[in-house]
Design a protein around this ligand. Structure first.
Ligand SMILES: NC(=O)c1ccc[n+]([C@@H]2O[C@H](COP(=O)([O-])OP(=O)(O)OC[C@H]3O[C@@H](n4cnc5c(N)ncnc54)[C@H](O)[C@@H]3O)[C@@H](O)[C@H]2O)c1
Length: 446
């Protein structure tokens, strides 16, 4: 089929969500135009280079560009856009400085779609939004255009690092303004994934997305609560969690660790704010988020306890390793990384310390943006009095801990937040203590 005979899809916002969807839709036989307002990003995409790391993305992007199935523009008035009949909005919805979810980018992008779309277009909102946004913000703007249109909300539910893969098999939830709108959106996604789930309203689909992430946040917060409880009781939290889960399918407690990222740091807040309009104040969701947000403070408290007898020297070197918001799947994304709160506390407590940072995926500029001096893993450990392993990148499992620990300043402490290093507590180097979140009190009392 010639490209001009294919369904023409326009995606607004070439961030993580928009770009991965654009590539996959192009691979599935659609002719895709990506609109991106950021000049640098748009230029780099036109040359076939993504502005973030995702396994296999660059080669697949370059291939679709070469085949002519995908193109990019900054101009929503361009002819490339005017030929489209399907519009997908994937612009950002971060929290504003006032803690409220920002819907202004959705509003602006919808206004652009209303101006560009031909009569009869399908408009799909895919950004994570406050409950009711499709009906209360998007619909009135489209109505004002006096054109016929169909409207659906179809959430993005992939995880960063596996988006290209997951787009092809995760069930796509679809909610429409009317049932034929939902049906048309379903047909679009049936070419992408084998399963589509139609729900009865735009709001139901919006809520599914908010619940998925709030549930995940809450799940992690329970594991973190258990680990803090074990710290208080002088028990080994990892041992307790492992024993509770093993061979007992009714229990699945998360291992402790920092929780954040561009979605989990905001979506439970978006859900909580959303329900206020119905006079409902959620308890669990906000408590779980608050617990996860407080975890960096708890970690600093545990480190302070650990270093009580051997305080950190005023000019000591401190290394923070694992800076991206998560380690698995590996990502270079620093948005919403909880590590920034650890760094802030360390900086306040030890203003004259030398703070270095290491990450297997984040580039030097990203490490510097956190106020850290970039270092290799070996350089990070060498001479440091305190080393924090702050995410669960699988590569930490394979490092030579004996060699790394031996290179540290003494007395030294390695705080392994995710319990990811393969080391034996009883055999660590003299003068270097190794501890992990959930178990530091237990090991201290040994
Ligand atoms: N990152 C994820 O893995 C993920 C997963 C599921 C859902 N989401 C949700 O999807 C949405 C997008 O997330 P993201 O991580 O891709 O955001 P992002 O901020 O990385 O990307 C949004 C892009 O849209 C561009 N943009 C803004 N207004 C525009 C406009 N009018 N026209 C064209 N481009 C415009 C921005 O320049 C930016 O590049 C958010 O609501 C997010 O919560 C994200």
């Amino acid at each position: 089929m010639k490209n001009e005979d294919k369904d023409q899809v326009c995606i607004l916002g070439m961030g993580y969500v928009g770009l991965t969807l654009a590539v996959v839709m192009a691979e599935c036989g659609y002719n895709v135009t990506g609109i991106e307002i950021n000049l640098e990003t748009c230029d780099s995409l036109q040359e076939g280079t993504a502005h973030f790391y995702e396994v296999g993305l660059n080669s697949r992007l370059a291939r679709q560009l070469k085949l002519g199935n995908l193109c990019f523009t900054r101009d929503y008035r361009s002819d490339l856009v005017r030929r489209c009949t399907i519009f997908v909005l994937t612009v950002g919805t971060p929290l504003g400085d006032d803690g409220q979810p920002r819907m202004d980018m959705v509003q602006r992008a919808t206004t652009q779609v209303a101006e560009s779309m031909p009569d009869g277009s399908l408009v799909i909102l895919r950004s994570t939004v406050k409950l009711g946004t499709s009906r209360s913000i998007v619909k009135p703007i489209l109505d004002d255009s006096k054109k016929n249109y169909m409207l659906a909300y179809c959430p993005e539910r992939t995880i960063e690092g596996k988006a290209l893969e997951e787009l092809r098999y995760l069930p796509q939830v679809v909610g429409g303004l009317a049932s034929d709108h939902a049906w048309r959106a379903t047909q679009l996604f049936q070419r992408v994934t084998p399963t589509t789930i139609r729900v009865s309203s735009l709001e139901a689909a919006e809520l599914v997305k908010l619940l998925d992430n709030s549930y995940r946040d809450l799940f992690f917060s329970f594991g973190n609560e258990v680990s803090l409880l074990c710290e208080a009781a002088g028990l080994d939290g990892i041992e307790v969690i492992t024993a509770a889960n093993t061979g007992y399918e009714r229990t699945n407690i998360a291992r402790p660790g920092l929780v954040g990222g561009p979605c989990l740091e905001k979506d439970p807040h978006i859900l909580a704010v959303s329900t206020l309009q119905y006079g409902f104040t959620p308890k669990l969701i906000t408590t779980g988020r608050a617990l996860n947000e407080d975890l960096p403070n708890q970690i600093i408290r545990l480190i302070d306890q650990d270093m009580q007898s051997t305080p950190i020297a005023p000019d000591a070197k401190i290394a923070v390793c694992g800076l991206a918001f998560k380690g698995r799947p590996e990502t270079d994304d620093l948005r919403g990384t909880p590590v920034k709160y650890l760094i802030k506390s360390l900086r306040e407590r030890h203003p004259n310390c030398r703070l270095v940072g290491q990450d297997f995926a984040v580039k030097e500029a990203g490490i510097r943006s956190l106020g850290l001096e970039p270092a290799s893993l070996e350089d990070a450990f060498a001479g440091s009095q305190l080393v924090l392993i702050a995410n669960n990148n699988a590569k930490y499992q394979w490092v030579d801990t004996d060699k790394l620990f031996a290179s540290m300043a003494q007395p030294g402490l390695v705080f392994d937040i995710w319990n990811v290093l393969q080391t034996n507590h009883d055999l660590v180097q003299p003068g270097v203590r190794y501890t992990r979140l959930g178990s530091s009190t237990a090991w201290r009392s040994k």
